[in-house]
Each structure stands twice: as structure tokens, then as C-alpha cells.
Write a protein that binds this ligand. Structure first.
Ligand code: CA
Length: 224
């Protein structure tokens, strides 16, 4: 009887220990998952300007703002590397989604960019880069995105109809597309610009090109 009670006790102790160990493992595992910066989220880029091969295995999405100085820097430092190393080789396709963190000027630039994308899709990326290039290096918080400035930038591209672009800006004709971007920004939970997502995984540091390369290589490996 005594022996029996003892082994019952042993069983209960072992069972309790087992439960504690399992709970601890679950806690460690879920903590680990929470701290991962690269949680995957499906990002729907239907209707977004996209550069590169349609069937490229890796999709990179930049959430950017024409008024944001870091986005300009990213476009000058990281983007050309990406184009050369991965977009031109057909491994990556690249989409840009407007973020409106700088208010009215971000919105105006986005409306204009969406208008060019709608009417002259082949001129979109050049116009996009020209908009960023026009961002002043100093006092970028001061107002510089105006309809006049945008028309002046567009005048370098004869295929862009100035009067249509002017009307589109006045009538906020592409606001629906801008709103789609705004909703996507909320849905994905973008909190800084630029934010760079690689097959839905958000990069912790958009300027760490080595990390971007590793993430791309990993995605290519996973697809094979
Ligand atoms: Ca868009």
C-alpha cells in the first residue's frame, strides 16, 4: 500500500515536471516567433507599378513617400544595386506603394505619380525617380511638392500630357489608387518609410543590403 502511494507520488511529480517543461518550451517558442522581424504577410500588389519579370520568384515591395528623405537615399543607394543584381536578372520583381506620412504634399505627389502610371505606364519609373531627385537635400520639410513643380518635372517627358496631368491633380482623379495604397499601408502595418518587404517579410533595416541579399537568396532557395 505504502509502496503504491510512493509510486503514485513519483508519477505525479514526473507528470508535473513534464507539464512545466512543455509549458516552458511553448513559451520560448512563441517568444521567439514574436521577436522575429520577418513575419510573412501576403501583400497584394495587383495594380501597383511593378518593375521586372512577371514570373520572378521574389517580389519586393517598397512602401515609400516622395517627401521622405530616407526614401530618396534608399532610391539612390540600394535600389540601383537591386536593379543590377536581381531585377535585371529576372529573380526579383519590384513594386512601389505610396505612403502618405508627410500629409498633403505626399498625397499630391502620389496622385501625380498614379496619374502618370495610369496614362503613361512606361514613363512611370523615370517620373518616380525624377520626383525623388527633385526633393531638396536641405530643408526637405519645407514645401516643395506643388502642382507647378510636378508639371515642371513632367515637362522633361514629352509623352506625358501636361494638361491631363494638371487636370488629374486638380480633380484628384487618381485618389482611388492612392486610397488603395493607404489601406495597404494600414493592413501591412507599415510604421516607417522606406519599408521593404521581401516576399511579404519586412526587413528590419532597409539599408542593410547584405541582409536584403541573404533574404532574396533564401527565398530563391525556398522556391526550388
Ligand atoms: Ca499605388
Amino acid at each position: 500500500m505504502r509502496q503504491n502511494k510512493n509510486s503514485n507520488m513519483k508519477f505525479i511529480v514526473i507528470l508535473t515536471l513534464l507539464v512545466v517543461v512543455i509549458l516552458a518550451a511553448v513559451a520560448v517558442f512563441s517568444n521567439k516567433e514574436e521577436s522575429l522581424p520577418t513575419e510573412t504577410k501576403q501583400i497584394d500588389v495587383t495594380g501597383q507599378p511593378t518593375l521586372g519579370e512577371k514570373d520572378a520568384p521574389v517580389t519586393i515591395v517598397e512602401f515609400g513617400d516622395f517627401k521622405c528623405p530616407s526614401c530618396k537615399t534608399w532610391g539612390e543607394r540600394i535600389y540601383p544595386e537591386l536593379v543590377k543584381d536581381y531585377i535585371e536578372t529576372g529573380q526579383v520583381k519590384f513594386s512601389f506603394v505610396n505612403v502618405l506620412f508627410h500629409g498633403e504634399e505626399s498625397t499630391l505627389a502620389s496622385i501625380a505619380a498614379e496619374s502618370v502610371f495610369e496614362r503613361n505606364p512606361d514613363s512611370y519609373w523615370a517620373f518616380h525617380q525624377a520626383l525623388f531627385a527633385a526633393q531638396p537635400d536641405e530643408n526637405h520639410d519645407g514645401q516643395w511638392v506643388t502642382p507647378e513643380k510636378i508639371l515642371q518635372i513632367a515637362s522633361s517627358y514629352p509623352e506625358i500630357d501636361q494638361s491631363l496631368l494638371k487636370t488629374d491633380m486638380e480633380q484628384e482623379a487618381t485618389m482611388e489608387s492612392v486610397k488603395i495604397d493607404e489601406d495597404l499601408v494600414k493592413e501591412v502595418g507599415v510604421s516607417m518609410t522606406p519599408s521593404i518587404a521581401i516576399n511579404g517579410k519586412m526587413m528590419e533595416d532597409p539599408f542593410d543590403y547584405d541582409a536584403i541579399k541573404s533574404a532574396i537568396e533564401q527565398e530563391i532557395k525556398d522556391k526550388n
